[in-house]
Design a protein around this ligand. Structure first.
Ligand code: UDP
Length: 192
């Protein structure tokens, strides 16, 4: 289903997890997800550079009822919304079960500390490969190296849009494994 030049994946959660995400994680194949809400679609519509970045994602998921509604109006109905926040929390639970490492990149230092504290309470067995606050230059190689050296299986990037997608696309080629996903203000939500 296509909305304003963005091609959305139109599948249900079970197929997304069991058919795409888990097998790729098992095979250590890279995957880049954008969970696009209406703000992201509007931003992409205004900024061709950003649209090109979003379209480099392996999969674009419909985040929000506004996207599902728009898809119906455009007669390319998307079955259900798949919020990025939900995908992130689900994958953290999966990572804990499967002993996969997670790296958390983004938010300000105080929020990030609270977030990590809370995640450790909620997921005592989670392998936290590393974390870093989100106020750095997108070209900062130290940050990239830290994520790389962590050997994380999943990298959650909470820099807000467009920065989170810009960072992922800038450095994606240089990684040889990992699930990458922009998660906006999700760390703030969990930090409370
Ligand atoms: N953020 C960041 N670095 C920046 C700008 C923002 O880490 O340079 C963080 C911000 O602290 C917040 C997150 O990005 O934790 C999401 O910000 P926002 O709510 O603006 O994004 P949205 O959820 O609307 O995409």
């Amino acid at each position: 289903a296509e909305i304003m030049g963005i091609s959305f994946l139109n599948i249900d959660r079970e197929v997304l997890y069991n058919g795409i995400i888990y097998p790729k994680l098992r095979q250590q194949q890279k995957q880049f997800f954008v969970t696009a809400n209406p703000e992201i679609v509007m931003l992409a519509n205004e900024q061709p550079n950003y649209k090109a970045i979003v379209n480099q994602a392996d999969y674009i998921l419909p985040d929000g009822s506004g996207i599902v509604l728009a898809s119906k109006i455009m007669r390319q109905p998307i079955e259900e919304r798949i919020p990025g926040f939900e995908v992130m929390t689900h994958l953290i639970g999966y990572a804990e079960e499967e002993e996969l490492g997670c790296y958390f990149l983004g938010a300000d230092e105080l929020v990030l500390e609270e977030f990590i504290k809370r995640i450790k309470q909620l997921h005592p067995n989670l392998v936290i490969s590393g974390y870093h606050h989100g106020f750095f230059d997108l070209d900062d190689q130290q940050v990239v190296d830290d994520v790389k050296q962590s050997k994380a299986d999943m990298v959650f990037v909470a820099l807000g849009s467009p920065r989170q997608e810009q960072w992922i696309v800038k450095h994606y080629e240089s990684f040889n494994k990992g699930l990458f996903m922009g998660v906006g203000g999700s760390f703030d939500v969990i930090a409370g």
